[in-house]
Design a protein around this ligand. Structure first.
Ligand SMILES: O=C(O)c1cc(C(=O)O)oc(=O)c1
Length: 296
């Protein structure tokens, strides 16, 4: 791999929507800086540096108070870059790690000390070489108190993953709603399957994230302003309002062909969560319960 890709907007607009005080961007990443935190030899993409300082400047520009930094696949199971971002945030960030399933108890506790509150299992073949379910289950059974498991998968493998996910003994958080085809609308087959999964357990949370991915033109979607996404996702947020999270997905890994304006992404919030009460749950109350429960 040679060229380092850049997938984020240099000068995102100021959103019209003003997030409530204490709003949390609960899905974002950092890349590198590579000089200090090299990418994994197994990385499927090699991005330009997206540093903690850039993330915090964006947070302030968009009107957010805190971040949840999710370990990106290009850093493999070495969480140093994500831990560095959390450490530099002055208490305004926590994180989700990706671990080698053989990780020791002591190393898990060290991740907790560093601000991690969950681990991520990634099932996207274009991002990872393998996803050993038996080993994932084993490590999920010995996480620090209060942790959860984040899972990233695509809609076509939801049913196949059900027995595995059903066996995970801690709360689940599903990245990007398991990537439904939003062009099917709110009552399409993918949304129906996802709702039936949510109905199977009360401790399954999800992120109402990624209009730029799920409604991308290259996916057959509409592109910005992502009307398919708004129509498909708003009813889901309304019906499962106590277990939904939101995030920018900055720096939008692998979206170099369709760069999204983060200001526009923030302006999706009132379209999927139209009332101040819903917005407060989505951006403050819900993520606080998972990531800063000691403050409640
Ligand atoms: O769809 C993606 O390409 C993507 C990649 C990553 C990652 O590389 O970790 O994270 C995401 O949330 C989404």
């Amino acid at each position: 791999m040679s060229d380092r890709i850049k997938c984020w907007h240099d000068a995102p607009g100021k959103p019209v929507f003003v997030p409530p005080a204490g709003a949390i961007d609960a899905h974002c990443h950092v890349f590198g800086p590579m000089g200090e935190f090299p990418f994994s030899p197994k990385a499927k993409y090699l991005p330009q540096d997206a540093s903690p300082e850039m993330l915090f400047a964006l947070r302030d520009h968009l009107g957010f108070a805190r971040n949840v930094v999710v370990q990106a696949s290009c850093h493999g199971t070495d969480n140093a870059a994500t831990l560095n971002a959390i450490a530099r945030s002055g208490g305004k960030a926590r994180g989700v790690a990706v671990v080698d399933p053989d990780i020791s108890e002591a190393d898990l506790l060290a991740l907790h000390e560093g601000g991690m509150r969950g681990i991520r299992f990634n099932f996207l073949k274009r991002l990872v070489d393998n996803a050993p379910k038996d080993k994932f289950l084993e490590v999920a059974s010995r996480l620090p108190e209060g942790w959860h498991v984040v899972i990233y998968f695509e809609a076509d493998i939801l049913e196949e993953l059900r027995p595995f996910m059903d066996a995970i003994p801690v709360p689940l958080v599903i990245d990007h709603m398991g990537r439904p085809d939003v062009t099917q609308g709110p009552d399409g087959a993918d949304m129906k399957a996802f709702r039936s999964f949510l109905d199977s357990r009360e401790d399954i949370w999800f992120k109402a994230t990624c209009p730029e991915r799920l409604d991308a033109r290259k996916e057959g979607g509409m592109g910005d302003p992502w009307d398919n996404f708004a129509a498909a996702v708003a009813p889901l947020v309304a019906d499962y309002q106590d277990r939904v999270l939101w995030g920018t997905d900055w720096p939008h890994p692998n979206m170099q062909d369709e760069i999204a304006d983060d200001g526009h992404i923030v302006d999706m919030i009132p379209r999927i969560a139209p009332t101040p009460e819903l917005q407060h749950k989505l951006l403050v109350a819900n993520p606080m319960r998972l990531y800063w429960p000691e403050e409640l």
